[in-house]
Write a protein that binds this ligand. Structure first.
Ligand SMILES: NC(=O)c1ccc[n+]([C@@H]2O[C@H](COP(=O)([O-])OP(=O)(O)OC[C@H]3O[C@@H](n4cnc5c(N)ncnc54)[C@H](O)[C@@H]3O)[C@@H](O)[C@H]2O)c1
Length: 258
């Protein structure tokens, strides 16, 4: 029970990596606020935690809060719901993210560009606006931002997604040095491609075994990442075991970035 007594917000917690993080954190004793743009998905994950209806989930309490991480007002709602139900917040996991489909750079529309930067980067701006004053007053806190190997080792066809994740990584490091004196830790996780709803968008081609093999060949450990891989890293960074760790961007990538 490495997160006993902590309350954690997980954005985009209604599927994929965020669902894995929310369930793992609950299993380790955390109270979890599951946010997602997709309200029913957030409700499903929170109720599976609350009812302990899936075999791997045994502990923790959870609530669902639908909301769009690109909107200031929705961050206020998220904060208010967390405080009302659980009394305090120790960790914010900025996991919600999106991409434009893998395609040549000149085919990415302005609307796609704006959406990718709003969901992947501006969301972190709002999370900082909302939580840094509170964490300062509380005497500390932690942000875990889900970036990507794309921000370190870009693939062709994903130019603006790559750029957005590099922005997440450097902003997180800058936040870590600026907020360290306030005992606010800021770390990133860089997952390699994983089997979530985003996989076919990243590949930009039909999801066939043959196409998958092309991408798997670039990962030395020979498989895609799983929500549990990402959750295991997030669990460490959220726990007191990582109390002296800030400003890292931890690759969870089977060696892709070496
Ligand atoms: N899957 C991969 O290959 C991969 C690799 C590296 C990094 N990532 C990153 O991992 C994170 C999670 O992605 P995933 O792969 O689990 O995908 P996913 O699509 O399964 O999950 C993303 C979740 O975020 C939610 N979301 C999207 N926009 C939102 C918004 N504006 N407000 C609130 N919620 C929103 C979606 O509804 C969805 O439930 C993202 O930041 C993604 O960029 C994914």
């Amino acid at each position: 029970m490495r997160l006993q007594g902590k309350t954690v917000i997980v954005t985009g917690g209604g599927s994929g990596f965020g669902e894995g993080i929310a369930k793992t954190f609950a299993r380790e004793g955390a109270n979890v606020v599951v946010n997602d743009l997709n309200g029913p998905a957030a409700e499903r994950v929170a109720s599976e935690i609350a009812l302990a209806s899936s075999p791997e989930v045994k502990h923790g309490r959870a609530i669902a809060v639908a909301g769009d991480v690109t909107r200031r007002a929705d961050w206020q709602t998220l904060f208010d719901a967390a405080i009302q139900d659980f009394g305090s917040v120790q960790v914010v996991v900025n996991n919600a993210g999106t991409t434009h489909r893998n395609k040549p750079v000149l085919d990415v529309t302005e609307a796609e560009f704006d959406r990718v930067y709003a969901v992947n980067v501006k969301s972190i701006y709002w999370s900082v606006e909302q939580f840094v004053p509170y964490f300062r007053e509380q005497g500390g806190g932690a942000f875990i931002n889900i970036a990507s190997t794309a921000g370190v080792r870009p693939r062709p066809g994903l130019v603006w997604y790559n750029g957005s994740k590099a922005a997440v990584i450097i902003a997180s490091k800058a936040l870590a040095v600026e907020l360290g004196p306030d005992r606010i830790r800021v770390n990133c996780i860089n997952p390699v491609m994983g089997e979530t709803a985003l996989l076919s968008e990243f590949m930009g081609m039909e999801d066939t075994p043959e196409n998958r093999r092309k991408f798997l060949a670039t990962i030395p450990l020979g498989r895609f990442s799983t929500p549990q891989d990402i959750a295991n890293a997030a669990l460490y960074l959220a726990s007191d075991d990582a109390e002296f760790i800030t400003g890292v961007a931890l690759e969870v990538d089977g060696g892709r970035c070496v």
